[in-house]
Design a protein around this ligand. Structure first.
Ligand SMILES: [Zn+2]
Length: 313
C-alpha cells in the first residue's frame, strides 16, 4: 500500500488564477518561484535525487538532512523486524514533504545488545556502531548539510543517541546535530488514551501503540492473528529498587521482546498517533531551519577550546 515515494508538490494559489493570462502555468512559474527553482517535483529522498537537483535540494532544505534511525529486531510474533525504521522513515518523509528536508537512506544500525538472543536481530559491536554513526553524520555534512536531524524510531537507541549528540562537542565541527523527540502534549495524550484499550505503562514494544502505527502505515505486514501466540506481559523478574540500573532490566522483564497487548491495536489509533508525530516533526524542522544561533555558539565554543583560559574568554 505504501511506498517510500514522497514528493514535494508546489501549490498554486487558486485565487490568483482568475484570468486566462494568469492561467498560463509558465507565467505563474516565473512569478511565484524563486530563481533557480522549477515547478518540477523535488523528492526528499537522497537516493532519488539527481545531480542536477542536488543544489536545489540543498537550498530548499536550508542544508538540513534528516537521518531516520531504526533497527532489525523481533517485534512480538506479529510485526515486522524493521518496524522501527518503517515508522521513522515514513514520519521523516511525510514531514519532509511539508517542510522540505533531505532524508537519508534506510539506516538499520543502532544499539540493540538486549535482543541478540532472538533471531532477526542485527547488532553491530559498540565500536563499529559508534564509528558508523560518526562517519555517517560527517559524510552527510561533507556533502553540504550543516544541520542534521536524528529522528529515532528505536527504543534501544535512547541510551546511545543523547551521548552521541553530546559527543559532537568532542572536536570542531562546522555542522550541528540535533536529536529530535516528539513534542509532549497532554491534549494528545488524552486523545490517545481515550482510544487505547491496554495499559499505557505496559505498552512498550510491539504492543498496542506500535502495532497500531504499523496497522495504519503498513497493514500488509502485520499478522495480528499471531499476536496472542506469545505473551507480552511484564515478567518483572528483577528484585532491584528504581535507584539501581542494570543493562539486563529489559530482558528480565520482557525476554520475548514483546511488551504490551498487540491484539487490541487499531489503524484508527495508529493514525491518531502518526498524524500528531508528523505535525510535531514539521514544526521541529521549521525550528531547525530557522535556527541561526546554535552553530555560531558551537563555533564560539570550539574556538575557545583551541585556546583554553581559566576565565573562559
Ligand atoms: Zn519497535
Amino acid at each position: 500500500m505504501l511506498s517510500d515515494h514522497f514528493t514535494v508538490n508546489l501549490i498554486y494559489d487558486k485565487k490568483s488564477m482568475k484570468s486566462s493570462f494568469w492561467n498560463s502555468g509558465i507565467v505563474l512559474l516565473f512569478i511565484l518561484l524563486p530563481a533557480g527553482v522549477s515547478a518540477q517535483q523535488l523528492t526528499p529522498q537522497w537516493e532519488e535525487l539527481t545531480a542536477s537537483d542536488w543544489e536545489r535540494a540543498l537550498s530548499a532544505s536550508d542544508s538540513t538532512c534528516i537521518l531516520p534511525l531504526g533497527i532489525l529486531e523481533k517485534h512480538g510474533p506479529h510485526a515486522p523486524m524493521g518496524s522501527d525504521l518503517i515508522v521513522a522513515r515514513r514520519l521523516a518523509l511525510e514531514a519532509a514533504g511539508r517542510e522540505y528536508a533531505v532524508v537519508f537512506p534506510p539506516f538499520y544500525f543502532g544499539q540493540v545488545h538486549e535482543a541478540k538472543h532472538l533471531g532477526g536481530t542485527f547488532s553491530l559491536s559498540s565500536d563499529l556502531l559508534w564509528e558508523l554513526l560518526k562517519e555517517t553524520v560527517d559524510e552527510i555534512a561533507r556533502n553540504g548539510f550543516n544541520k542534521i536531524v536524528l529522528v529515532n524510531g528505536h527504543g534501544g537507541n535512547n541510551y546511545l543517541l543523547p551521548y552521541f549528540v553530546q559527543s559532537q562537542l568532542e572536536e570542531d565541527k562546522n555542522y550541528v546535530t540535533y536529536l529530535y523527540s516528539t513534542e509532549r502534549s497532554p491534549e494528545q495524550t488524552e486523545k490517545v488514551n481515550a482510544l487505547r484499550k491496554s495499559d499505557p505503562s505496559r505498552d512498550m514494544h510491539a504492543g498496542e501503540g506500535e502495532t497500531s502505527l504499523l496497522l495504519h502505515l503498513r497493514p500488509d505486514l502485520v499478522k495480528l492473528d499471531e499476536a496472542t501466540r506469545e505473551s507480552g506481559a511484564d515478567q518483572d523478574r528483577l528484585d532491584l529498587p528504581e535507584s539501581l540500573y542494570t543493562g539486563i532490566w529489559w530482558y528480565a522483564r520482557f525476554p520475548l521482546h514483546y511488551a504490551g497487548k498487540a491484539e487490541v491495536a487499531t489503524a484508527e489509533l495508529g493514525k491518531l498517533m502518526f498524524d500528531y508525530r508528523v505535525k510535531s516533526l514539521v514544526k521541529a524542522l521549521g525550528d531547525v531551519k530557522n535556527d541561526h544561533t546554535t552553530r555560531i555558539i558551537q563555533q564560539e565554543y570550539f574556538n575557545k577550546v583551541e585556546e583554553p583560559s581559566p576565565q573562559g574568554h
